[in-house]
Design a protein around this ligand. Structure first.
Ligand code: FAD
Length: 470
C-alpha cells in the first residue's frame, strides 16, 4: 500500500462524487490551474493538496467537507491564503478554498456589513468606505478577512474601535459534522465567543456580519526615517508617544536595511535605518500637529506628513509585503519597553554590527479599546499588552533559507526575555506550547472544552490547533 497513491485515489473519488452538484471549481493536480491554486502568499510554502475545492456557496463548503470526511482526507481551509505558516494548503488534504466567495454587502443605515469569508481586506475596505464607514482590518490589503478576524484582527482603527473580532456580531459557520448555523450573541453565544480569536478551530465560517464605524475618508499619516545613530532617541520617543497617544492615534517603529533603489539618500542604501510612523484617524489638524513631533526628535533623512485617503493608507504596505517572496517571522507581545529592550531591538540579534543579519524589527503599539475590552469577552489573549514585537525577513534564493530563519530566531529569542505571550495570527508552526502561549492556560482550557463540543474529532486541525479537551 502506498499512502500517497491511496490519498490521490481518495481525492479523485471525492471529486468524482462532488462533480455534478458542486457549483464552484474542483481542482485536481492534473488541472491547468492547480499550480497557481496551490500557491499561498508565503513563497517558501510548497505543498500539494489532493484536491482544491474552490467553493461558490455554503452548500459547496458543506459538500466538500462531507466528501473529505467520507474519504478519510484531511481538511485545510483557505481564506486569503496569508498565514505565514501557509495553513490553507497541506500535502494530500482537501483544501476548502473560499476565494470565490468574496461578496461584501453594506447596510449604511444599520452600519452593518455582511462579508463572505473569501473576501480580502481590500474588498471590505473599499465597499465600506463608499459610505464613509470601516471596520478594523489590517495593514496589507491582500490579507484575508477570515483568518484575520478569527485570530483577532488588528489595524490602524483598533485602538479606537476594537479588533476586527470585537466588531463581529454574528457568523455563519459550517461545523465539523456538516451542519450549518449562525452564531450570534443571542444564539450559540459560546461559539461566537470562540470564533472571536480562536482561529479556524471551530468550523468553517462562510460569512461574517460586522458593526461599522465612521472613518475617513481622509486620515493623517506621518512617517520619518532616521540614521541608526539616532535609534535610541527615536525608540525612547516611540515609547512615550505610543503610551500617551489618544485612541485615534497609533504609532509603530521599525529598524531595517534600506533596499537599493529606495527613495532614501543613496548613501543609506544597504544600510540600517530606524523609522517612526503614525496613523491618526481623528481630526486632520490634530494629526498634522502630531507630525511635528517627528522633526523634534532628531533630523529625519526623509519625512512625510499629511492627510491621505484611508483607502490609500490601507494599501500602502501592499508592495513591501507582496506575494511570491519567501518569508519568515517570529513575534512576541511586550508588556513594557525598558532601555535594555530598545538596545536589543536596535542590535537585531547581532553580536557586532558586522554580524548584522538581514532581519527587520518592528514594534507596534496596541492598547486603547483593545485593552479596555474585557479579557473574558472573547477568545483573544493578552489584550493588555501595549506593544507587539516582530522580527521578519523576506528573500528569494532558497539557498538563504537557513541563514534567514536563524537570523530571525536569534533576534526574536533575544527579545523574548522582555515578552510574554504571542498574537495567534502571527504564529508560524511553532508547536503546541506557543499556541497555549497565545491564549494563556485558563483561556486555552475554555477553548479546549468548546473544541470538544463543536469539533470532538479535531477535523479542523490544520491551523493553530486547540486540542479537544478529553
Ligand atoms: P489563510 O492562510 O487562508 O488562513 C489562516 C487561518 O485561518 C488558517 O488556519 C485557516 O484554516 C483559517 N481560516 C481561513 N479562512 C477560514 C474560514 N472561512 N473559516 C474557518 N477558518 C478559516 N493580522 C492582523 O491582525 N493585522 C494585520 O495588520 C496583519 N497584517 C498582515 C500582513 C501580512 C503581509 C500577513 C502575511 C499577515 C498579516 N496579518 C495581520 C496576519 C493575518 O491576520 C493572518 O495571517 C491571517 O491568518 C490571514 O488570514 P487569511 O485568511 O489570509 O489566511
Amino acid at each position: 500500500m502506498d499512502p500517497v497513491t491511496d490519498n490521490a485515489r481518495a481525492a479523485n473519488e471525492a471529486a468524482r462524487e462532488l462533480r455534478g452538484t458542486f457549483r464552484g471549481d474542483l481542482i485536481l493536480p492534473q488541472h491547468e490551474r492547480y499550480e497557481t491554486a496551490r500557491r499561498v502568499w508565503n513563497a517558501s510554502i510548497d505543498r500539494y493538496p489532493g484536491l482544491i475545492a474552490r467553493c461558490a456557496d455554503t452548500g459547496d463548503v458543506i459538500a466538500a467537507l462531507r466528501a473529505a470526511r467520507r474519504h478519510g482526507l484531511e481538511v485545510a481551509v483557505r481564506g486569503g491564503g496569508h498565514s505565514i505558516a501557509g495553513l490553507g494548503v497541506a500535502d494530500g488534504a482537501v483544501t476548502i478554498d473560499l476565494s470565490r466567495m468574496a461578496a461584501v454587502q453594506v447596510d449604511p443605515d444599520a452600519r452593518r456589513a455582511t462579508v463572505q469569508a473569501g473576501s480580502l481586506l481590500s474588498g471590505l475596505d473599499r465597499e465600506t468606505q463608499r459610505h464613509g464607514l470601516a471596520v478594523t482590518s489590517g495593514f496589507v490589503s491582500h490579507t484575508g478577512v477570515a483568518g484575520l478576524t478569527l485570530g483577532g484582527g488588528f489595524g490602524w482603527t483598533a485602538r479606537k474601535h476594537g479588533l476586527a473580532c470585537d466588531n463581529l456580531r454574528s457568523a455563519r459557520v459550517v461545523l465539523a459534522d456538516g451542519s450549518s448555523r449562525v452564531a450570534g450573541e443571542e444564539q450559540d453565544a459560546d461559539l461566537l465567543w470562540a470564533l472571536r480569536g480562536g482561529g479556524g478551530n471551530f468550523g468553517i465560517v462562510t460569512s461574517f456580519e460586522f458593526d461599522l464605524h465612521a472613518v475617513g475618508p481622509m486620515v493623517t499619516t506621518g512617517a520619518a526615517f532616521y540614521d541608526l545613530g539616532n535609534g535610541r532617541t527615536v525608540l525612547e520617543a516611540f515609547r512615550e508617544l505610543a503610551t500617551e497617544a489618544t485612541d485615534e492615534t497609533t504609532w509603530a517603529a521599525s529598524v531595517w536595511d534600506v533596499e537599493p533603489g529606495s527613495s532614501l539618500p543613496e548613501e543609506y542604501h544597504g544600510k540600517p535605518v530606524v523609522s517612526l510612523v503614525f496613523v491618526h484617524i481623528g481630526d486632520v489638524e490634530q494629526g498634522v500637529a502630531l507630525g511635528r513631533q517627528l522633526r523634534r526628535l532628531a533630523r529625519p533623512l526623509a519625512e512625510t506628513v499629511g492627510p491621505v485617503p484611508y483607502l490609500e493608507v490601507q494599501s500602502s504596505n501592499d508592495t513591501a509585503w507582496s506575494h511570491g517572496v519567501r518569508r519568515y517571522w517570529k513575534s512576541h507581545y511586550l508588556w513594557e519597553l525598558p532601555d535594555a529592550a530598545i538596545e536589543t531591538f536596535l542590535a537585531r540579534g547581532a553580536a557586532t554590527p558586522a554580524d548584522r543579519p538581514a532581519v527587520a524589527g518592528s514594534l507596534q503599539a496596541r492598547g486603547g479599546a483593545i485593552g479596555r475590552t474585557g479579557e473574558d469577552d472573547s477568545a483573544v489573549g493578552h489584550r493588555g499588552a501595549p506593544f507587539e514585537f516582530m522580527a521578519s525577513t523576506g528573500w528569494n534564493d532558497p539557498g538563504e533559507d537557513d541563514s534567514r530563519r536563524s537570523g530571525v530566531r536569534t533576534f526574536a529569542d533575544q527579545m523574548a526575555r522582555f515578552g510574554r505571550g504571542v498574537y495567534v495570527n502571527n504564529l508560524d508552526l511553532e508547536g503546541e506550547d506557543r499556541v497555549r502561549d497565545a491564549y494563556g492556560a485558563q483561556k486555552y482550557r475554555r477553548l479546549a472544552a468548546l473544541k470538544a463540543r463543536f469539533d470532538p474529532d479535531n477535523v479542523f486541525h490544520l491551523n493553530q490547533n486547540i486540542r479537544p479537551a478529553t
